[in-house]
Design a protein. Sequence first.
Length: 585
Amino acid sequence: MTGTTLTFPAVDAGAVLAGAAHHFPDRVAVRDGEQFLTFAELHEQARQFARGLHEHGIAPGDTVLLLIPNCLWFPVSYWGALYAGAVASPANPALPPAALAAQLADSGARAVVAHPASLASVYAADAPAPHLTVVVPGAAGPTAQGPTAEGPAAQGPTAEGPTAEAPPPPAGRTVLAAESLLRYGRAERVVRRPDDLAHLAYTGGTTGRSKAVRVLHRNLLANVAQVAWFRGAARTVLVDGLLGAEQDKERATAHHHAPGTATTLAVAPLFHAMGLIGLVGNTLVGTTVVLCARFDPERFLADVVEHQVSWLGGSPAMYRALLAAPSAAGLRVESVSNVLSGAAPIDPETVRRLGELFPNALVTEGYGLTEATMSLTLHPVDPALGTPPGSVGLPVPGTELSIRDLTDPERELPVGGTGEVWARGPQITDGYHGRDDLTADQFRDGWLRTGDVGRVDERGFLFLSGRAKDMLIYKGYNVYPLHLEDVLAGHPAVAAAAVIGVPHPEAGEIPAAYVVLRPSATASAEELMAYVAERVAPYQRVRELHFVPALPVSAAGKILKTELRARHGELTAETAAGVTTKGDR
């Protein structure tokens, strides 16, 4: 089916911040603790950062790798790289040397902007050394007022070198303090073509080695405009040549916010697609972003109350941890009007409990992939439309979904049929950087093979069954772990659950569950397996259940089932050696 059609301005992604600085100059763009930057200040520092990159040999088209946690320096560096005409390449600041070396080589980065804690990996990475290493302060971001053209700001490192936390660099490396890049004056924004590369987005690596997705400027602009239309009833417009967003008042509801009025918390890592596209999209509509360097449920709830946050975004794993926080018991936060869940399907029990914590909020879901820039579907922000339970939403404007037969991908299934989800739209990216073989397999004639299994109803709502690779076959029957995970999550003792398929000599594969219990709750493996058995068909029953203190998750909150499968292999080996682990906590 086809979503609503929008017209996307033919501009580059740098126009997003330039437009926000014009339309919302004095509004806080990003806040980190007591420090903040307005949209005008962020625009100014991005121009200064771009000039500093140019002064040190970074040219349009060069790649700048970002190894920065959620702090003010991330948006300054990201927008600064784009303003310089460079390609940004955000990466996990915690990458060990070998993984970092692979990304440095893969991206061809000529500059690295790094937090001091990441420098040991930068210096130890066995890869071609980048032309330039820029070190951001370890504890502080750029000052609110910023430096002048005459010299660096008083706060933070100086032009002589990186902060004291940084280890000594290898001989021959050019290493500078980030503040020193801001001393050369302001650059005019380098305008790029819509088909130029904006950034390299590395996949979460939940099924293997992380891959670099080529996100073009037009992909980025299209996706943030699509989300703005859904989230804020906002239209992307060009006014006097400047990009902006205006509210579509005919579609506005109590859960929509006019551009320049909302506040959100950024807890998803900004190096991940969910966090990064959220940052760009919030800039487009003038939303204030309060940065969270690390998710702490108690601190998170305190920030929501202190800043009167209106929009929340996160993963089911994050929300379950939030609901388990002691301060959440009996708390009602009325400022929040929208709670968006992504990264993985959310279970009905968690949705219900979020409704109690945020009584004025509409709890919605979305679905997307790094290969689709970010978003493919979202719940409409309008309770009157009656979003069906279990759905992950409607396609965002300009997006088509096709459900294909799992054994014959060329055959499109009718409405209601379950198969692999294919997607086509302006946000579908340019494939994998330097991997033509993988690109040809997953990107076909404008369509993206998502690898997810689902169905579309007669209204166009998408329902997911799980990853095609996660589906297991028990005695010839297809079993989808997601359904079993939802059932387990409904038990009052269960905080989180994940189900994987494991080999079995007679059945082929059997469902094995890994369960995290809520604090102070008790339950046996037999009790939980019986609970599931009462609610599913016989062939869907969980055949093994193991208690764990926590589930392994990626930085974006996705459960790492590859790690669970590896752990199960270890358990199987221990059992064969006479060590019983089933049901252990």
